[in-house]
Design a protein around this ligand. Structure first.
Ligand code: GMT
Length: 378
């Protein structure tokens, strides 16, 4: 198959899933063409089946907001024609689904039929997409897609709840490459951070409000009095400066480290004992799956799709959003020496259920189904 993938090329989860999917498809022999405005972060190696087409957005003094959507649609038209693609798979509805719809209409006028699959990832539905500034376009373009996938049952239900979507939505969860995400031996690193055998707590995110990083700090603030521990915060975003101030005000900086954006996140997870994800909203929680793969149990909120990943008492615990006290109690329980090894084993077993080798065939068979069905409608 020749597949065009459109995504955000940055560190966000939707871009990571799209890029890892493209890489896995290429390894299976499909030809994959990325269409993005810059090189996707994780598209950093050579494979003869992988192509990258950069969307050029010419500046013009009249444009206060350069019309990215138009440039993207035009580029999709060029790539579909040039490379004779079988399918366009767009990740994150805004604005990729509407740009794809426009490209499809332009190509149809030239006698070229291209089916479109839109994958819904999270805030394109739960936060940004349902805002009235975007909702009519999001609803229309989802309904015009030939196939729609969502990364959890919860996100599928949210889509039907917030939008007048009339089509079937296929749930295909996030996946993990266990050959990259696994527990590596990094004892020297652990010793440097936890010289007195403290437990190591990790949170990774893009430091947005929806991640409730204040809760991460307040959990750790109580936890370190019960279990000697250190906290590593990985990632960057709008809330980072405020959170650093909060740690300073609480006099916690000796136990908290901010690592910024990191590529080799698996190295940090390899020395972690517990992962915190107290999000306000989380359609799946890819970062939590990465932690599980590195044998790290989870303390999460029960938002969105997190109950579909984190099994209470097995891989960790779920608490109501904002229930810091409950999260502290559960974290302390997991970190007891008699409990931790069991939770770590369970974490890996759970991650294996989301191995890319299991999830990829789901995408491939869905692609085939959508291509077949869309031929029937031409
Ligand atoms: O919705 C977002 O916040 C953006 C999106 C991204 O691009 O970072 O993240 C979402 O997509 C991931 C991949 O499917 C999911 O694992 C995340 O749970 C989801 N984030 C939220 O729902 C907040």
């Amino acid at each position: 198959m020749k597949i065009g993938i459109v995504c955000y090329p940055t560190f966000g989860g939707s871009g990571v899933v799209a890029t890892e999917l493209g890489k896995a498809l290429a390894k299976e022999g499909h030809q994959v063409h990325f269409i993005t405005y810059s090189q996707p972060q994780r598209l950093d190696f050579f494979n003869e089946n992988l192509y990258y087409h950069e969307v050029n957005i010419p500046a013009y003094p009249l444009f206060q907001y350069p019309p990215y959507e138009s440039a993207l649609s035009s580029h999709m038209v060029h790539v579909v024609k040039m490379e004779k693609l079988d399918l366009l798979h767009v990740h994150y509805a805004i604005p990729h689904a509407s740009s794809a719809y426009l490209a499809k209409q332009i190509l149809a006028q030239q006698g070229i039929h291209i089916p479109i699959i839109t994958t819904l990832h999270g805030t394109d539905i739960t936060l940004v997409g349902k805002d009235e500034s975007y909702e009519p376009v999001v609803t229309f373009s989802i309904n015009q897609s030939d196939g729609i996938t969502a990364v959890s049952e919860s996100l599928k239900n949210d889509t039907y709840r917030h939008f007048a979507v009339t089509k079937d939505i296929e749930v295909i969860p996030n996946f993990i490459d266990l050959s990259r995400f696994n527990r590596q031996k990094k004892d020297h690193f652990k010793l440097a951070i936890c010289p007195n055998n403290e437990k190591l707590i990790v949170h990774t995110s893009n430091f947005r409000k929806v991640k409730r990083i204040d809760d991460v700090i307040m959990i750790f603030h109580q936890l370190r009095d019960i279990t000697p521990s250190k906290l590593l915060l990985v990632g960057d975003g709008p809330d980072r400066a405020r959170i650093e101030r909060l740690c300073r005000d609480l006099d916690m900086l000796s136990d908290v480290r901010f690592l910024g954006k990191l590529d080799a996140i698996e190295e940090v997870l390899s020395v972690a004992d517990l992962f915190l994800m107290p999000s306000e909203s989380e359609s799946f929680g890819l970062a939590a799956l990465e932690a599980l793969a590195c044998e790290v149990p989870l303390i999460t909120s029960n938002a969105g799709g997190l109950p579909e990943l984190n099994i209470p008492g097995v891989t960790g615990f779920l608490s109501d959003i904002g229930d810091v006290d409950d999260m502290v109690k559960n974290a302390a329980y997991i970190l007891l020496d008699e409990n931790l090894p069991r939770f770590k084993d369970n974490a890996l077993a759970r991650a294996k259920e989301f191995d890319v080798a299991r999830i990829l065939p789901h995408y491939e068979s869905y692609y085939e189904r959508v291509i077949e069905n869309s031929k029937a409608t031409v």
